[in-house]
Design a protein around this ligand. Structure first.
Ligand SMILES: [Zn+2]
Length: 91
């Protein structure tokens, strides 16, 4: 997890959400192959459908943010660990 240094909080939270979402989708797939329900988000938050939906939306937003890149000062100045080529964005 050393590669997170230098990122702003927003980029970091986005990264965490992407990882959580990715792992969850992976587990859902493996669970489906084994005829089990391994949707961790659903397991943890199934009792609160609203919260569960918000988590999915946040993961989606995090993915879009990863595509576009964080627009905060810190990341625009060049956040190496965000993996965004900020130089191109300034042109
Ligand atoms: Zn940022």
């Amino acid at each position: 997890m050393g590669g997170w240094k230098g990122c702003c909080t927003t980029a970091m939270v986005g990264k965490i959400l992407l990882i959580v979402g990715g792992i969850n989708w992976g587990l859902v797939g493996v669970g489906m192959l084994m005829s089990k329900d391994w949707n961790v988000v659903n397991m943890l938050l199934g009792a609160w459908p609203m919260v569960e939906a918000i988590v999915y939306v946040l993961v989606g937003v995090a993915a879009v943010m990863k595509l576009i890149g964080c627009k905060c000062k810190k990341c625009m100045a060049g956040c190496a660990s965000c993996g965004v080529e900020n130089m191109d964005k300034k042109m």
